[in-house]
Design a protein around this ligand. Sequence first.
Ligand SMILES: N[C@@H](CCC(=O)N[C@@H](CS)C(=O)NCC(=O)O)C(=O)O
Length: 208
Amino acid sequence: MKLFSMPGTCALSVHIVLEWIGVPFDVEVMNRGDNRLPAYLAINPSGQVPALQLDDGTVLTEAAAILPFLAERYTEAGLGSDDSALGRYRLAQLLSFLTGEVHVAFKPFFMPQRFLADEAQFAALKANAFVVLAPLLATLETRLGAGSFILDNRRSVADAYLYILLRWVDNAPDGVSPYPALSRFRARMEIDPSVVRALAQQRMPSVG
Ligand SMILES: N[C@@H](CCC(=O)N[C@@H](CS)C(=O)NCC(=O)O)C(=O)O
C-alpha cells in the first residue's frame, strides 16, 4: 500500500493508523502544490490528500472511507467498532462528524481564498472559523469526558483523526487549553511511539 500525504494535513491520521497496524506501507509526503500536478491528479482528481493506493492499484480517498477500511481489513489491530449491531454505524457517525463538520469548519481558516476574493476580509473569516469550531469542540470535550478514547472509550481509528484536528486547534486564540479532556487526550497521543514515528516521516514537529 502507498499513502499519499502532505505535511500538516489530515493524511497524518491514516499514517498513524498504518503505524498502529504495523503493516508494511510506503508513504509519499508531497510538497504543497505537488498535489495539483498532473501526476497526483491522476491518482486523486480532487487533488486532496489522503489517498491510499492499494497493492492492486485501486485508490481509496476520503478519510471517512480509508480509516474504516483499514480497521476492517486488519481487525486484529482492534481499531474498529465493537461487534454490536450499531457498532459500525457509530464509527461512521463519528467519522462523519469529524471529517464533515469539524474538519470542514477549519477550511476558512486554512484557505480563506477559496471562500472570499477580498483579502481584506480574510482576517475576519479566519477568526470566525474558531467561533464556528467552539461548539463542535465542546461536543467532543463532553463526549470524551474522563475517557481515553473518543469512540465509546475503545481505541479506534477515530482517535488518530481526532488527534490531527486537535493539532490544528493550536491556531485558536487559546489553543486546546479550554478543553481539559481534549488536552489530556492530545498529550497522550503526542507520546505514542507510532504517532512520533508518523510525525517524523511527515516532517512535522512533535509538539510537547
Ligand atoms: N473530504 C476529504 C478532505 C481532504 C482534505 O481536505 N485534504 C486537505 C488536507 S487536510 C488537502 O488535501 N488540501 C489540499 C487542497 O485542497 O488543495 C477527506 O476527508 O479525506
